[in-house]
Design a protein around this ligand. Structure first.
Ligand code: ADP
Ligand code: MG
Ligand code: MG
Length: 473
């Protein structure tokens, strides 16, 4: 299926495109679709537009609605996994042994589980990502790429890109297209979740703490959510790992302020823990009374290894024993996922991948884009690890054959050229649980990201993908 949102003659009109690109950049600035620059990542003296597509991308309505509809089930699933010690133990034990980073996270999980959780309230802010698998002339099938249970980003900026594309389309004389861009406000939904958790913590003076990285180019994305919280009179601070301390009775304090909610926008990759002290800080926060978003079990529920285990026959039924329709809805979004554990099943995966590497993606337990392995490199990597336990650090996944579209990717300093593009749809989920009570469970918006098809991998923060909007067809 051809996924083209705007007519060919518009795409081919060089003068019009140059004009629209100027209009688009200014409109991005006007709407606060902003990022700090590489030169000055920690100062807003110099900002630029966050990268985005000149035009929206066509997405079939059916799959879009399917992705929204399954989100609250994914919220429940992640939350159930996070509480299932036996499941996480079985799913991750081998990976934790072969991959140091997962191992360290898992140790925190084991340790705090043994000690008992101090805080019965859980806040989940996740983003489930999909691509549309397009085989021959069949309909596009929604397939989950992954679910991000920690530091899922771009809900803030995505709340302001609809205005941007609507305006560009209006100026291009495509008013009917413009009207079809959906409203989207994940920032408000994420803030509602944070506000609910803060309220349940029950101390008006306590703050929400965004735990942030040293390099903060994407601060505007955070600020959207932060400012929503302030507008509800919820004090919000930004701190790094090295700033936290714990008081005697397990309350978490930072600079004399009690922390009600820790919202991790950091801590998802090894480089985020440069010193032992960062690991100690993570453990300390996990042990504290503060509500963690995510707690360590929820973080681990988002690993690629868990995703692969969930795709095994019968596993979803464990979490939804009397809800076959929910199981079906979730399973319908699964791509083929294969274990690399030691044993005959893992051996079979190795042989299958090496015979047809272009049909698969080899994934380590990493986040943030740029870590996956494709094509002939799959053979090289597997050749090195196939005979030992290191292979358990990876999973194998079917490569999604997404339909391409044509668009212009606007990025500071990049030439304006028509590119063949692939898109990935993200859906934001928010939930709050207090003990056994789900007090909030919602789908709060979406994110479309588009990249040139030359790049196999990489998100917006990695400098590959750009922000986009779906135009439903
Ligand atoms: P990360 O946690 O680093 O974002 P992902 O699993 O989302 O890891 O993979 C990163 C990128 O790689 C995705 O945004 C997508 O572009 C590409 N990718 C991942 N899995 C697949 C797949 N099964 N088929 C095709 N492309 C994929
Ligand atoms: Mg991820
Ligand atoms: Mg991803």
């Amino acid at each position: 299926m051809e996924l083209q949102a705007v007519p060919e003659e518009v795409l081919a009109d060089a003068a019009l495109i140059r004009y629209l690109a100027d209009v688009a950049r200014d409109t991005a600035l006007l709407n606060g679709v902003l990022m700090r620059t590489e030169e000055e990542p920690n100062s807003s003296e110099l900002v630029t537009y966050a990268p985005f597509t000149l035009f929206p991308t066509a997405v079939p309505r059916g799959v879009f609605e399917q992705a929204l509809a399954v989100q609250t089930h994914y919220n429940l699933l992640v939350d159930k996994i996070s509480q299932d010690t036996q499941f996480l133990e079985e799913a991750l034990a081998s990976t934790a042994e072969s991959d140091d980073f997962t191992g360290r996270l898992f140790n925190i999980y084991r340790q705090t589980t043994k000690e008992g959780r101090s805080q019965p309230i859980v806040l989940g802010l996740n983003r489930s990502d999909y691509m549309l698998d397009q085989r021959e002339d069949g309909p596009a099938a929604l397939k989950q790429i992954e679910i991000n249970t920690i530091a899922a980003s771009f809900g803030g900026l995505a709340s302001h890109t609809p205005h941007l594309h609507r305006h560009v389309l209006n100026v291009a004389g495509l008013r009917d297209h413009s009207r079809r861009i959906l409203d989207n406000n994940p920032a408000a939904g994420l803030a509602r979740g944070l506000a609910k958790a803060w309220e349940l913590y029950g101390s008006e003076r306590a703050v929400v703490m965004f735990l942030v990285e040293d390099v903060q180019r994407n601060i505007m994305d955070h600020r959207r959510v932060e400012n929503e919280l302030w507008s509800r009179n919820i004090p919000t601070i930004r701190r790094r790992f090295e700033d936290v301390s714990l008081d005697q009775d397990k309350r978490l304090f930072v600079d004399g302020q009690e922390v009600a909610v820790v919202y991790f926008r950091n801590g998802y990759m090894p480089q985020n823990y440069p010193t032992e002290q960062s690991w100690e800080a993570r453990l300390l926060m996990e042990r504290s009374l503060a509500i963690k978003c995510p707690d360590i079990g929820t973080h681990l529920a988002g690993t690629k290894k868990v995703q692969q285990v969930l795709a095994r026959p019968g596993v979803l039924e464990r979490f939804f024993p009397d809800r076959p329709q929910v199981v079906q809805q979730i399973r319908d979004t699964f791509a083929g996922l294969y274990t690399l554990d030691q044993g005959p099943e893992g051996d079979q995966t190795v042989a299958m991948a090496m015979a047809n590497p272009d049909q698969f993606v080899l994934k380590p337990q990493r986040e943030g884009g740029g870590n996956n392995i494709y094509g002939s490199e799959i053979c090289q990597v597997l050749e090195g690890v196939k005979g030992n336990s290191k292979r358990m650090a990876y999973i194998l996944m079917d490569k999604i054959q997404a339909g391409a579209s044509q668009n212009y990717l606007l990025r500071r300093g990049a030439p304006l050229q028509l590119s063949k593009c692939l898109s990935e749809l993200g859906v934001f989920g928010v939930y709050v649980r207090q003990g056994t009570d789900m007090v909030m469970n919602e789908c709060v918006g979406h994110l479309l990201r588009t990249k040139s098809s030359e790049h196999a991998d990489g998100g917006v923060a990695a400098g590959v993908a750009v922000l986009d909007n779906p135009l439903l067809v």
